[in-house]
Design a protein around this ligand. Structure first.
Ligand code: MEV
Length: 439
């Protein structure tokens, strides 16, 4: 077992690498060389990455791919995706091409409200607390002016502050439940700064509120923080076409395709085990674009899954119908995103991704990302209900195995040809590879 290390954060980067290498690796030279191989030759760029987080020792690459041909509200996009999972970009591109020939995707933002809360404990008379809140509410807003004035100039800011009584679920627990409009910013810093100011004002004013007893003045502020659950920051994306146009899958009639597809969506609506995998496939598309555009995928994931369970049972984010011979497939989900601030102004690849998307507003990015999720789900359900998922996956799986074994381009071609139409099993690939090497 290693010993605890003191003052690690104060060590230089070289010293941190030395500590890691000597503490965890027998083959020091190899470990050090792997860590340093990922350093960027451009010192300025490397320093930028070093300073994103603490204790950086190297960079961790993800592939940055492009899914072209997305027609969204009449505009054509090539969507950047950062993801390590094979087949995701290919599936997105294939779905984009499919719908390009059928009118493309339509998307609209339904709402953009974000939420934050000051959680506090108060053991006194409820009506006095209500009176205090009424008295102090305008001061909560006016004390935050220095934080909100720029956001307000652009049309955003605090939308509402409510006192919420939560004592039925936890003794003495109340909240200031606050709504915000943060425009093109994800808004975490803005919201948290406002909330911390509300908490300060609330506490300070409680201390001198005449109607409170000495004990009632002693409100305990527990914490002030935004919520990543944003059920009023919703985007909807959809595709539709006559059922007769669902005609690209060999051996399946358009009607059969549509009906089986709808059954697959219905299963994800009623069966949580399936819904989780169904939505995971959607998040393959969503997270990849969220990451490529410098947004917080953990926040998006948390909010989306909470939304998927909002009716008490975890369910599909997508829906499908056939009405009057028209197939319709749509997604509705919460996405709190930013296209200014944070990494969006700092990370060169993120800037490039946003430029490729024609510098979208946060609302436009919500639409693009919802479309990426819908496309991904279309691709997954299309494969699952026709050929099965493994056919597409196996090509990439085979390449990953061959790369691991260090196969040459010629060996890859020969082995890929051999496995066409066959199931790719790891041991069979190794056997075939060894057979080629022996010859
Ligand atoms: C794999 O990453 C995603 C899928 O499992 C999604 C799905 O089953 O719908 C293919």
């Amino acid at each position: 077992m290693i010993k605890p290390v003191k003052g690690f954060s104060k060590l230089s980067k070289e010293e941190k690498v030395s500590w890691v290498v000597s503490s965890f690796f027998k083959d020091n030279a190899n470990a050090e060389s792997i860590i340093k191989r990922y350093w960027n030759n451009d010192n300025v760029l490397q320093q930028l990455h070093d300073e994103f987080i603490e204790n950086t020792i190297s960079n961790y690459y993800l592939p940055f791919g492009i899914a072209p041909n997305f027609l969204i509200n009449g505009n054509l996009f090539a969507i950047p995706m950062a993801i390590e999972e094979s087949s995701v970009v290919a599936a997105a591109s294939k779905a984009a091409k499919f719908w390009l020939d059928r009118g493309g995707f339509k998307a609209e933002v339904i709402s953009t409200t974000k939420i934050g809360q000051v959680h506090f404990m108060y053991a006194g008379d409820k009506s006095k607390l209500n009176d205090f809140f009424t008295a102090v509410k305008s001061m909560l807003i006016s004390d935050s002016k220095s934080i909100t004035k720029n956001m307000e100039k652009r049309g955003g800011g605090i939308k509402s502050i409510e006192l919420v009584d939560k004592t039925s679920v936890l003794d003495n627990y109340y909240q200031l439940h606050c709504k915000f409009e943060t425009l093109d910013a994800m808004g975490a810093n803005f919201i948290n700064s406002c909330l911390e100011q509300f908490a300060k004002t609330f506490k300070r004013e409680a201390n001198s509120f005449n109607d409170f007893s000495e004990d009632e003045r002693d409100i305990e502020i527990v914490m002030s923080i935004l919520s990543n659950y944003v059920p009023d920051c919703i985007v909807r994306a959809e595709v539709s076409c006559p059922v007769s146009e669902l005609n690209e899958d060999e051996g399946v009639s358009p009607n059969e395709f549509a009906e089986k597809f709808i059954r697959a969506v219905q299963i994800a609506q009623v069966e949580p085990y399936r819904a989780v995998t169904h939505n995971k496939g959607i998040m393959n598309g969503i997270d990849a674009v969220v990451l490529a555009t410098g947004n917080d995928f953990r926040a998006v994931e948390a909010g989306v899954h909470a939304y998927a369970a909002r009716n008490g049972s975890y369910s599909s984010l997508t829906h499908a119908s056939i009405e009057n011979g028209i197939f319709k497939f749509w997604i509705e989900l919460p996405l709190a995103l930013g296209t200014v601030g944070g990494l969006t102004n700092l990370h060169p690849l993120v800037k490039l991704a946003l430029e490729m998307l024609e510098k979208p507003s946060a609302k436009e990015l919500m639409q693009i990302i919802a479309v990426a999720g819908l496309a991904q789900n279309f691709g997954a359900l299309r494969s699952l209900t026709t050929t099965g998922i493994q056919k597409g996956h196996m090509k990439m799986h085979l390449m990953n195995i061959l790369n691991q074994m260090g196969a040459t381009a010629d060996e890859k071609l020969q082995i890929a040809t051999y496995f066409e139409g066959k199931t790719v099993v790891h041991s069979d690939v190794v056997a075939k590879f060894n057979e080629l090497r022996v010859v």
